[in-house]
Structures are given as C-alpha cells and as structure tokens.
Design a protein around this ligand. Sequence first.
Ligand code: GCW
Length: 676
Amino acid sequence: MIDHMWLEPNVVRDAVRDEVFFLDVSAVGEDARSLRIRADIAELLERPCVTDERDSTVRLMARPSVLESDEGFAIDVADGVTEITGNTTRALIYGFYDWMRRRMLGGTIDERIVSIPSQPIRMIDHWDQTDGSVERGYAGESIFFGRWNSNEHHEYLEFPERGDSDVFRGDMARIEAYARFLASVGINAVSLNNVNVRGVAIRLITHPWLDRVAQIARIFSEYAIDTYLSVNFAAPKIIGGLDTCDPLDPAVNAWWRRTVDDIYAMIPDFGGFVVKADSEGEPGPFSYGRDHADGANMFARALEPHGGRVIWRAFVYDCHMDWRDRTLDRARAAYDTFRPLDGRFEANAILQVKFGPIDFQPSEPLSPLIGAMRHTNLIVEFQITAEYLGHQIDVNYMLPQWLASLDTDTGYDADTAVTVPAYLPLAAVDRRNIGYAAVANIGMDDNWTGHKLAQANLYGYGRMCWDGSLTADAIAREWTSLTFARTDDEARETIEWMLDTSNATYESYVAPLGVGFMVKRENHYGVGVNDFEYDRWGTYHYSDRDGTGVDRTVATGTGYIGQYAPRIAAALEDAGTCPDDVLLFFHHVPYTHVLHSGKTVIQHIYDTHFAGVEAVDDYIRRWDGLRGRIDDATFENVAERLQRQRRNAIEWRDQINTYFHRMSGIPDSHGRSIHR
Ligand code: GCW
C-alpha cells in the first residue's frame, strides 16, 4: 500500500468533517487548477463542491488583485464561514492546503491570515534517469521513468517491444499523488530528469518523448507546478545534426529556438531548462572558448519569448585535481568561475549555487558566491536526498543545517549582516527569478523516501521555501503531528526529539569539524577515511602526525578565505575566531588546538564519536517503546534502519578514533578503549 505521507485521507476528512465547500472562480475563469481543487475536494474529502454559496461553510474565491502576490492567499473567518481568497487559482491551491493543514493541526483562526511565499521559486530537482534509476536516489526507482509497476533496476532497452521512446513508467496516479504532496507544501517548480543528461534523456526535449513529458507536465500544472527539463549542452551535435554547439553560433541558437518553440507548443506553461555544463564530464561552453554567461544567455534568449527561464548550475570545478599540489582548492571553483560574470546574465537566467562551496557535506560554510554576486539572479541549491547524510538509512532531519546556512551573514553589506533570504532580492536582476531548489529524495518505495522519517525533509523543504520565519523545531512538530495524528503525545514527542537531534547526531560520528568526506568512495555511504585522499576529486583532509584540516587561509593556505567579504574573512582567517563546526574546513591545526568548547581537537573527535553511537543506542531504546503505538509498517521500517545506522555509527567511531589515535599518538583523556 502506498503511503499517504502527511495527507492521510482519514485524518484529513476528520479534520474538516462538517465543512461544505464552495468554489468561485467566476472572476478569473475555470482552469486546470480550479478543476483540480474541485476534484481534490471530491476525491480526498469525499464531497462535491456545492453550487449555492449560501449552503457553504468554506468559500474559495479567486479575485484579481485582492493581494499583492499572485501566489499568496488570505483566510478570513466570520460567523462560522471561512473565506479563502487569492488573485489566482494557483493561490487557491496553496490557500486550500494551508487551511487544511491548520485544521489538521487543530488550530483555530481568530484573525485574518495573509500568507505570501518567502521565495518566488520553490523547486525540486529530480536526478531521475530514463533507465528508471535515480542518481543518488535511496528510495527505489524513478516515479517518472522505467517499467510500469516495477521497482527493480532495469535497462529500458530490455523492453524493445515498448519501443525506444517508451522510457516512461506511466504510473500517472503516483505522479498525481506526488504533485499533490508538493503543492500542499507550496512547491511550484519541478525538473524531471537528472542534470547529467545522457542517452535517451538528451531526446526528452523532442518528439515523441516530449508528448509523454507533456502528459506529466499537465498533472503538475493542475497543481500549479511548472515543469522543467535538464538539457545536454551538446544536444545540437548529438541529436541536432550540427557540427558545433558554440553558444555564439547562429545555427546553434536557431536550433535551440526551434526546439524551445516546439516544447511550448506542447507545454504552454513549461518552466524552462536546468543546465549542468563543463562539470564532471558534461559538455559546456568552455569547449568553444566561451564563458558561462555566453552559454546561459543562449538558452535564456531562446526561452524568453515564452516566459521561460534557464537555470544554470554553478557546480563547475576541475574534477581531475592533483592531490600532490596543495595550492589547488576545489572550494574556490564556483567563485573563480562565476564572480567575474556578475551582471552579464539575462534577466531570465538564474545561477543555481549549492549552499556550500564543496558538496552537501554534513558541515560546510556558506558558499562565498552567495553574497559576492551583486547583479545576478540566484537560486540556492540544497539536497534532500541524503548523499552524504546517511542515504536515508541513518535518520537525518536536515532542516537545522539548512536553516543555519540560510541564516548566515552573506557579507553583502559592509556594515550590517545580511542573511541569505534577505540577500537574494538585493542581488536579483528580476526579483521573480530567485529562490531555492533541492534534489528530490523520493522514489517508488511504498513510503516514498525509504526511511519514513526522511519524509520530514521533503515536507520541511517546502515549508522552508514558503515561510522563511519557521524554525526547524516548528516544522518537525508540524510534520509529526500531521503524519502521526493517531498516536499519543508522548510518542509524538519521541519522534520529534529524534528528528531534532538527528542532524547533530549524524555529524558527530562522521568526518569531524567540517573537514568533510572520509566516506567510502564507491557510494558515499559509510566510513572510508582515506578513500578520497589521493584521488582526483579535490576533497582532502591532509591529516598528519601533527595535525589535520585544510589550510584555506590567505596568509599561508589556498587563499579561499579571501573570497569572503573582508569582515567575514577576518573572522575565518584566525583559527581562534573561526567557528568550531567548520574549523578543519578552513585550518590545518595541531591535534592539541583548543576549541571554543574548551576541548582539544583530538578529544573532541574521541568524545563526539563515542557520543554518536550512544545517541543511536538511545534512539533504538526509545523507538522500541513505540511498538504498537504507531502503525506497524512505520515501526518496522524505522527499527530496521536504526539497526543499520547503529552498525554504521560503530564503524565510523572505531575507524575515525583509531585513525586519529594512530596519527596523533594522543590517548583519550577518559581512558575509553580505542582499537590499536
Ligand atoms: O556530488 C555530486 C554527486 C553527483 C551529482 C553532482 C551534481 C548529478 O555525487 O552524483 O551529479 O554532485 O550536483 O551535479
């Protein structure tokens, strides 16, 4: 049975039991979204909308210009009647699900609520591939591509009878359920395929594949979600028969314009393209001696007449580094490539920047590009799927980490702190073209996310995009209350406590103090202290007998710290003022260096790694107490994953402690046993 996530039908129906709905879109006209609201009220709540307003208790009304936002909504309650209003049918989708959530959470509405999304673009990026697999996916196969009703890995070519074009799973009910989940937390954009665009995926922008993309886009469109596709920069050569992909070549531009025109003929509200270029082997403008503004602007101009956008990824770095050369620094790459291009991007081009300078590690500073760009639209990229955060085997509620990085001073202003959400509109060329994107964490698994508690990350991501004032705790409480509505308060508190502490617990037993990686090379899960140390990926820890960490100072290191604004750089440059959680990201320090916590680096490593396993043992004990108080499937799912997490945490603890003990020769001050 497929899990209903935070929209369990019985819970939903109970919450709105006696309400009678009336939908008035006469001022804007009936459309796919208003029909969708009617259908959701009929299917989910099992009642039709009434035709006479006077019979209703909940009135959804679209009226142009009642608010300043076309997505925001207002809720008023008077004389037992609820009015949900917005300028558009999009706004009504959000208003309807927001009101429902309030009801499910048991709150009463005493005064007018006006809710306007914090971020204009609230996007989910799928790394789904046309063979049905998902790059860095830990919850089964793609819901978009692959064999109908199958969750086993396969090659689409194994099904020649379906034809080469039929790479689509075709499970429209599943996609519809997914679209509803996304809309219910305010997501308004989704890209369907992996940014590494290979094989048949290159052809998704052409017929006949496009016809099937259009079917999917129609479902998302009903839920006010724009569909995007990732494209391969070299498509004009690979599938277009041209002999160049030079972004300044007229024939190449004409090919993209024709391709885009074709897409919009099929999908009038198509969102646009996501492009990973000159990165990890993907083709890009560098091959033609052009820069990334040239590349992005070619797409922007093709999309502009249709109102589309190009989302250009800033994840560009040299993945063939020489570990012997300590002056090289992968962390510098995005800034070095894109800072000089500030101001050159078209108004419908958006630069998508990972929130940290390396790659979604358990602890990373904010990317210095975020703050440095002053005339560029930016999207900040997160990763909901837990590539370096436990693969949805280890419990890891990521909101504390995401919100902390958003709350960081970008250094945009010389005198006062400007956080990421405050900064994005200041740097924007077009304020509609900024926001957040995050790599999806769902798949064909019955519970969508592999680990049931990983649903909280998808939910939380949407909430964080819509309402920038929410705390991680508040979001965890919402999710737990909606998802475990049928259990007792104490059980819910246990689940909330697990979520709230899980990000710090995970961080405590993996690579210490922001140094990053130390993961197994083949799949990025589990400990592999030196797996990347002598490799080409630019992710090193440089541990030796005297100390550990990467010297990124201006004075003696790679100079990376100089990419931050002077006020921020000054604090980071000095190991004495650099925050503990990223100390080894910025400095190579002796094992005896004393942290702000008062502990030495080596003692911190020992203490956190012992504590990490103890915390997981605690989770196991407390989770065991939930047997019979929550549904069996969830109980078993999490219980099984906690056992795997425990084995993982023990392996991390033992290898990290032994490694640093051997390196430093310094014993644990508490005399605990460390393998020799
Ligand atoms: O960290 C890397 C991942 C790749 C991913 C890449 C990216 C889609 O290991 O799997 O490729 O990031 O963000 O492009």
